[in-house]
Write a protein that binds this ligand. Structure first.
Ligand SMILES: [Zn+2]
Length: 305
């Protein structure tokens, strides 16, 4: 940019710096594996951080392809926020390729957001990943449950404060502001779903159990045989029978699932298939963390009516 060489002032104007905002170079560079974690990191870090996500909200986080561009992002990161519990274990390969000691597991810049989460569906027998089960250490889809946001943002706060101790008070204030907005929203969502307490639902993949449990709904089955394993015809026949017996009204589907299959199962079982937002940006209208939860609460409430 020739303007930069001629005049520092022109350069500053060209890059769009505004008075009061931290210049990009001064910001803490954070990489989050998933869009939800990016959103929650932005809630805690606000204008002190610059956050990039490795997976987009419309990509199934279980099977992200590791590309060199992801390693480039992690190479420059001060902090890396991961979901853990095997949902984003592809990040291990990205970190190895990035060669950035600040964010390797155990380093101050490495944040496992699942720390302290009461994990559901922990297998009681050893689960062999070679058989295709993608939840070998319990269910990793806790971020979609807004009741987990205090724990997740607490973990993120500690990671950011390790990277920039002088900003701890600002991070704490930002987190409290966010939790202050979350609390009344939680009360609204609970009220919206209150009439459906005890309602039985089926989900395509096992990624809604934390959310459903939070709001008092009961999951009675999955379309997949086991997490990540495509359904067999025998399993589907059994599932549809179960849906009829239990008067299941909703089959929850992620945008990347087989929507036609879900619709057929819902129809045969006497239910509706509902495409929900497993992450920020998964569907139109789910642009922030709170909007994503609101979208899911409203979609479920309408579908169960
Ligand atoms: Zn999963």
């Amino acid at each position: 940019m020739p303007a930069c060489i001629r005049s520092v002032l022109a350069c500053v104007i060209a890059l769009g710096f505004v008075a009061g905002a931290a210049p990009a170079a001064d910001k803490i560079r954070v990489v989050a594996t998933l869009s939800d974690l990016k959103a929650l990191t932005e809630a805690v870090g606000a204008d002190l951080v610059e956050v990039d996500a490795l997976a987009r909200g419309n990509q199934n986080p279980h099977d992200l392809e590791v590309r060199p561009s992801l390693m480039v992002k992690v190479r420059r990161a001060d902090v890396l926020v991961v979901n853990g519990l095997d949902l984003d274990n592809w990040v291990d390969l990205v970190v190895r390729g990035a060669n950035n000691a600040r964010v390797i597991p155990g380093a101050p810049g490495y944040v496992d957001a699942s720390r302290g989460i009461p994990v559901l569906e922990v297998p009681t027998t050893r689960v062999d990943r070679s058989m295709g089960d993608v939840h070998p250490h319990g269910n990793p889809h806790y971020v979609v449950d807004p009741g987990m946001a205090p724990i997740v943002t607490g973990n993120i706060l500690e990671g950011l404060a390790r990277a920039a101790p002088k900003h701890r008070a600002a991070f704490e204030k930002n987190r409290q502001d966010f939790l202050g907005r979350l609390e009344p929203a939680m009360a609204r969502w609970a009220k919206t779903l209150e009439p459906f307490r005890g309602a039985k639902v089926v989900s395509y993949h096992a990624d809604w159990i934390y959310f459903l449990t939070r709001f008092g709904l009961v999951q009675v089955g999955y379309v997949e045989n086991r997490p990540g394993i495509p359904p067999s015809p025998a399993h589907l026949t059994q599932l549809i029978r179960r849906m009829k017996d239990d008067q299941v009204k909703a089959v929850i589907v992620d945008p990347w699932n087989d929507l036609k299959l879900a619709a057929r199962i819902a129809e045969e079982g006497g239910a509706r298939s509902l495409v929900m937002a497993p992450g920020v940006g998964s569907v139109t209208g789910a642009d922030t963390y709170l909007d994503t939860v609101a979208y899911n609460v409203n979609t479920l409430a309408q579908g169960l009516r």
